[in-house]
Write a protein that binds this ligand. Structure first.
Ligand code: SAM
Length: 270
């Protein structure tokens, strides 16, 4: 899963926008390149609500980790498609509550490994892997994960704003199902993804992202798809919702600008 001594610049093509770096730009991060910024600016012209949507998604991630650690005593997190390090990453929130909390970050983009390593060097309870979350076995069978995650203790498996990155042919519901099958009782699945009720918005954003990322994207789906991923599981209150309303605790969080498309999801307990 690692790339030995190959320099990062030989492994990443900064002329093709990457989802991780576009998202970083939306969150006012510094780890993005002109192609990422140009594509994001163009997307913002098409759907101006994108920035608020990204910020609200990140707030949701932070609230979920805090609630699971604080209220449910969760000390183990496996973050699929974690993105570039930002303010208040999963391990920072969880370790503030449980100093011994353990976190495995995974992302398909090698730049995440490079930046993650720099952040995590001092932390023995975290690992970052370059891995495709469709490849459940290689993530859950990795030495890094086995070293940190105990399979007889509840785990929170995160799929936050990532399942829209894979096409239907790669079976997002099947990916969630495979991870669900690995989790011990009392574990949690956290899922949200971009959805829209409007066919035109779904088509427009999907086409734009697919072209911008050189065909490396999935699709904006419908809210029912997210229900399918978590079918049969108990949902924590308030269920599956537009994520800025999931246990909202901060009046300073930006308000959704529009309902044309939203991050939709929630938390299920096994
Ligand atoms: N989960 C983070 C959050 O909510 O703040 C980041 C979300 S960002 C919108 C999507 C991330 O998923 C990017 O970092 C991208 O590189 C990653 N990603 C996309 N497809 C992936 C795949 N098949 N396997 C692993 N990571 C993937």
């Amino acid at each position: 899963m690692e790339h030995g001594d190959t320099p990062l610049t030989d492994r990443i093509d900064v002329t093709v926008p990457s989802v991780a770096r576009m998202y970083d730009y939306l969150l006012d991060g510094k780890d993005n390149y002109p192609a990422d910024r140009a594509a994001t600016d163009q997307l913002l012209r098409q759907v101006p609500s994108m920035k608020v949507l990204a910020l609200n998604n990140r707030h949701f991630l932070r609230r979920v980790v805090r609630v699971l650690a604080e209220e449910y005593g969760i000390k183990q997190f496996v973050d699929h498609g974690s993105g570039l390090p930002s303010v208040d990453n999963v391990h920072e929130i969880a370790q503030r509550i449980h100093p011994d909390a353990r976190v495995v970050y995974t992302d398909i983009d090698p730049i995440v490994l490079a930046h993650g390593r720099a952040l995590l060097e001092q932390n023995d309870n975290t690992a970052v892997l370059t891995a495709d979350f469709r490849d459940t076995e290689s993530i859950w069978g990795s030495e890094e994960l086995k070293k940190l995650i105990r399979m007889d203790e509840p785990i929170a498996a995160l799929f936050v704003s990532v399942l829209h990155c894979i096409p239907d042919s790669d079976d997002p519901a099947g990916v969630v199902e495979r991870v669900r099958a690995k989790l011990p009782p009392g574990s949690f699945l956290v899922v949200c993804q971009l959805v829209s009720e409007d066919e035109e918005t779904r088509r427009g954003v999907t086409e734009f992202m697919d072209v911008s990322t050189g065909g490396h994207w999935g699709r904006v789906r419908e809210p029912e798809d997210v229900h399918t991923y978590l079918k049969g599981l108990d949902l924590l209150e308030p269920g599956l919702v537009e994520v800025s309303t999931w246990r909202a605790d901060n009046d300073l969080a930006p308000k959704q600008l529009s309902n044309e498309w939203i991050e939709f999801g929630g938390v299920a307990q096994l």
